[in-house]
Design a protein around this ligand. Structure first.
Ligand SMILES: Cc1cc2nc3c(=O)[nH]c(=O)nc-3n(C[C@H](O)[C@H](O)[C@H](O)COP(=O)(O)OP(=O)(O)OC[C@H]3O[C@@H](n4cnc5c(N)ncnc54)[C@H](O)[C@@H]3O)c2cc1C
Length: 245
């Protein structure tokens, strides 16, 4: 299993240039030099605007272009990649081997169905602290049971059994991040509708959640401020407002 997953609403935190941000030393905007993400994998602090009709594709075109421009600024002809450690790639290969040879008793499809039901029942659009806590508890059990997964196909060609099992492990990490973050966010905002906290709470919750999944049911949180201002004075800053229908 991957030791941790760094997850943010929508993906890894990024700045407007597509550079991945990893807060450190009191700087919430510190970047990981050379690492970039755009599109579905990224969270560019556009606070949910990329979730509205057709803006996701716009998001990846705009920030994809910006990331390319940033690369052009950073790269110089003849620049070399930093030397990789001798064991680079070993984690990925050992993960593949571990799952390809998994000889447990639980089929991938059974674990996946259990996870889907938990997320649909307890982390639905309208949720409460009670449903989320209950879901998080059940999900941790389902995630634990992944240690007992069974993969029947050991081949290395078109092995959909293996692919689905790897995807399931990713999904268990993502589901854990999603449900635990939702339980931790005691307000309603955008698509996160808490029946026990129907109001948006800018005082305590106007921030990005960063979550590290350290194992079944085990998470660690950190936060980043939301950038509320545009980068130019050509466009007026639009303050957040209540989502109404
Ligand atoms: C049901 C649905 C409807 C949507 N409708 C709209 C809409 O109407 N308008 C809109 O703007 N947006 C819509 N979106 C969102 C939009 O489709 C996505 O935001 C966009 O496709 C993301 O593009 P991407 O290139 O960032 O990621 P993806 O399209 O997810 O591409 C990532 C690629 O990476 C590959 N990959 C993953 N892991 C690895 C690996 N380890 N090695 C190599 N390759 C890998 C994947 O196979 C995939 O091809 C919708 C999304 C969904 C799910």
């Amino acid at each position: 299993m991957q030791p941790t997953v760094h997850y943010n609403m929508g993906g890894v935190p990024c700045n407007f240039h597509g550079e991945v941000v990893a807060p450190r030393g009191g700087d919430p905007d510190a970047v990981v030099p050379g690492l970039m993400a755009v599109g579905e994998a990224a969270c560019v602090s556009v606070h949910g605007a990329n979730r509205l009709g057709s803006n996701s594709l716009l998001d990846l075109v705009v920030f994809g272009r910006q990331a390319a421009r940033r690369c052009a600024e950073l790269q110089r002809p003849g620049m070399r990649h930093a030397p990789l450690p001798g064991d680079a790639g070993e984690l990925a290969v050992s993960r593949l081997d571990r799952l390809r040879n998994a000889q447990g008793s639980r089929p991938t499809a059974a674990i996946r169905l259990e996870m889907q039901k938990i997320m649909q029942m307890d982390a639905a659009v309208f949720r409460t602290g009670e449903s989320l806590e209950e879901g998080a508890r059940k999900l941790a059990q389902t995630f634990e049971s992944f240690a007992d997964v069974r993969v029947s196909d050991r081949s290395l060609i078109w092995n959909t059994d293996l692919v689905e099992t790897m995807e399931l492990e990713n999904l268990l990490l993502q589901a854990t991040a999603t449900i635990q973050s939702a339980a931790n966010r005691t307000e309603s905002r955008g698509a996160h509708a808490r029946e026990d906290f129907p109001q948006r709470d800018d005082e305590h919750c106007l921030r990005h959640t960063l979550v590290w999944v350290e194992g079944p049911g085990r998470v660690r949180f950190d936060y980043r401020p939301v950038h509320l201002n545009t980068l130019t004075d050509e466009v007026q800053t639009i303050p957040p407002k209540a989502r109404t229908y």
